[in-house]
Design a protein around this ligand. Structure first.
Ligand SMILES: *Cc1c(COP(=O)(O)O)cnc(C)c1O
Length: 234
């Protein structure tokens, strides 16, 4: 375990350095960018190694996996992020654990959250238009915001997206630029109580491009667990 912890610690340091370098390239402070370590590939022991190495924001894409990791890792001031699709029948248990839901993608889901508890949410936007992706179409967001503003337990904090799977870094950066531009248009007519300060964008293959386009949260999994045999990929 100590070897594994060492590898995870080194990987984390390298990712943080890459974030800092990308931030420096565009005149941003690295403090503006929160790293969420995506632990969906690894067990709770390895996730704990990330926490021990100093990253307290952890993300899971499946609600049940979030619940079981959170139960296995009590204490330590971990902030849990749900980054994948949330089914309405999983809202209650998820809200008991997750501090930020990155994947709000419908009014129905928002209403299910409102009926249960207060929550911080990001709106997931399918900026690339991939059929296989979850998320709101970019032109659906403007009409949804006033409806969400009426739900007093829903705190909208920003937008989340994933880039095109294929196409490389230039395509990814263009996707991230489009999310930022969408946000910049929406803030002109923002309902009170809605904030779009957060942009959750960037994964292992493209987080530097995301930082250059204004990402405030990057969600990094594989790059943190490179060089380990013990990973079980979903
Ligand atoms: C898995 C996942 C990530 C992390 O992906 P990596 O490429 O392993 O860094 C980020 N965001 C979402 C929504 C994911 O499902």
């Amino acid at each position: 375990m100590t070897d594994l912890a060492q590898i995870v610690g080194d990987n984390l340091a390298r990712v943080r350095e890459r974030i800092a370098n990308a931030a420096a390239r565009c005149g941003r402070s690295p403090d503006e960018i929160r790293l969420v370590a995506v632990t969906k590939y690894v067990d709770a022991a390895l996730a704990q190694a990330v926490v021990a190495a100093g990253c307290h924001d952890l993300g899971e894409s499946r609600p049940q996996e979030l619940w079981s990791k959170a139960a296995a890792m009590p204490g330590d001031g971990i902030r849990w992020h749900l980054i994948g699709h949330l089914q309405r029948n999983k809202v209650r248990r998820t809200l008991q654990v997750a501090g930020l839901i990155h994947s709000l993608d419908s009014l129905r889901l928002a209403e299910a959250i409102q009926a249960d508890a207060a929550a911080n949410v990001l709106l997931e936007v399918n900026i690339s238009g991939d059929e296989s992706k979850q998320g709101l179409a970019p032109d659906e967001v403007a009409s949804l915001l006033p409806q969400l503003a009426e739900l007093d337990r829903i705190q909208v904090r920003g937008l989340m997206t994933m880039s095109h799977r294929e196409g490389g870094l230039d395509v990814a950066q263009a996707d991230f630029a489009r999310l930022r531009e969408l946000r910049d248009r929406l803030v002109c007519e923002l309902p009170p109580s809605v904030s779009l300060d957060e942009l959750s964008m960037g994964m292992s293959d493209d987080f530097e491009a995301a930082v250059l386009e204004g990402s405030t949260i990057v969600r990094v999994g594989s790059a943190l667990f490179e060089g380990l045999d013990a990973t079980s990929s979903h």
